[in-house]
Design a binder for this molecule. Sequence first.
Ligand code: BGC
Length: 453
Amino acid sequence: MSDLEFPQFPPGFAWGVATAAYQIEGAVAEDGRTDSVWDVFCRQPGVIRDGHTGDVADDHYHRWEEDVALMAGLGIDAYRFSIGWPRVQPGGTGKANAAGLDFYDRLTDGLLARGITPMPTLFHWDLPQELEEVGGWLARDTAARFAEFASLTADRLADRIDTWITLNEPFVVMAFGYALGMHAPGKALMLGALPTAHHQLLGHGLATAALRSAGARRVMITNNYSPIWPASGSTADMAAAQAFDALQNRLFTDPVLFGSYPNLSAFDLGPAGLEFVRDGDLEIISAPIDGLGVNYYMPTRVSALPDSPLPFQMEPIDGYPVTAFGWPVIPAGLTELLVRLRDRYGDRLPPVYVTENGCSVADEPGPDGTVDDQFRIGYLDGHIRAVADAISAGVDVRGYLTWSMMDNFEWSEGYHQRFGLVHVDYTTLRRTPKSSYAWYRDVIAAQRGVAAG
Ligand code: BGC
C-alpha cells in the first residue's frame, strides 16, 4: 500500500490510462466494420485460451459514455485508445467508412467535453484481413495503405486531436505475429519475419508525413522496451543479451531516431540481408517525431543458444513477486530502461511518455461487491516511483498512462488476465471500479494539489 507521498512530477505531466480497440470495443460486425486479422485468428480452434474472441469484449462501442464518465472520475489528463482500421477503412483500401469514423468522432468530443486529451494510436494490431491476404506487413504496400488510413482518420479528427501515435509495439507484431505465430496472423517465419519490421517502420514514417499534412501537431511511436539481462557474465550470454537487445530495443528505435538499423550481425540474414530496405526509406522513417511512447512490463533475462537462428533463449527471473501472468514485478527495470534510452539516444531522444505499464491480477469481487486489488496498487506505486527516479536522473518523461483503464481481451489469454483499474463482469458487462481506481484518482489529485500549492 502506498501513502500517496510521491515526489512532485513536473508541471504539465500527463496522467492517463490506455486501451486498444480490439481489446475493448466488441461490435465487430457493426456499422460496416469488417474482419481484422485478430477476428480471423480467434476463430481458429486452439489458438486463444478457451476459444475467447473480441466479438463482444467490453462492449465499449455501445458503452463508451459510461467508460468516459469513469475516466472523468479518475481525473486523468489523457486517454490513449486505438482507432480500429477495419472500422474506419473496411478492407484496408478505398474511402473512409463514415459510420466508423463517427464513433471516434463522438468519443473524441466526449473526451474533450470532460477535459481529457485524446491520444489515439492508429495501429494496435487489428490489420484488415484483406491486407493480410495480400501479404500483410510482409508486403511493402501495406506501409502505403497504412499512411492512407492515417490520412483518412486525421482528415476527420486532427482539428480536435493534437497528439497521434502511429504504431503500437511493432516488435510484438513481428515477433509474436510473424516469427513465432502466437498472435495474429499466426505465421511462424522466424527470421523471415524481419521485413515486417521494416514495413511497419516505413508505415510509421509515411503515416507521420500524412498526419502532418492533415494538420496533426504531434506524432509519436510506441515501442515496448525491456532491459535485457544476461543470465551470466559469460561472453556467450553477454553476446546473447546484446543480440536480443538489438532485436527488441534497438531495431524499432535506431531507424527512427538515428536513421539507421542497429548491428544485426548476430543473426544469419543470408545473402539477401536487409534487401527490403530501399534508398530513401530511412529518411522517411527518421522524420522528426515529437514524443516516444514507452511500454514497460518487465525485464528479460537471456542466455546463449548456440547453433540456432535466434541465438538466445529466455531464462526465468526469480526472486520477485509475480503477476497473475507470472511476470516478475521489477519497477527498477523501468528506471533502467528510461535511463538507457537517454544514454543511447542523447539529444535525439524526444520527450518520453510511458504509454503502457500495468499488471494482471486475478481480481474478482468480494462478498460486498468490491474488488480490492492491493497487489495492483503496490505495482503501480512502485512503477510511478520508478518514473520519478528516471526524471530525477534527468530523463525527460512527460506522462504516465497505465494499462489498462478496464479489464479487457488479453490476446492469446482471452479474458483470463485482468489488467484494469475497473473490473468488467463478462456476463453482465457491469463495470466495478477496483481499489486501484480510487488509489490512482487520489494520486492524481494529490499531484494536482501539490502543483497548485
Ligand atoms: C500490449 C497490450 C497488452 C499488454 C499486456 C502490451 O504488449 O500493447 O495490448 O494487453 O501489453 O499484455
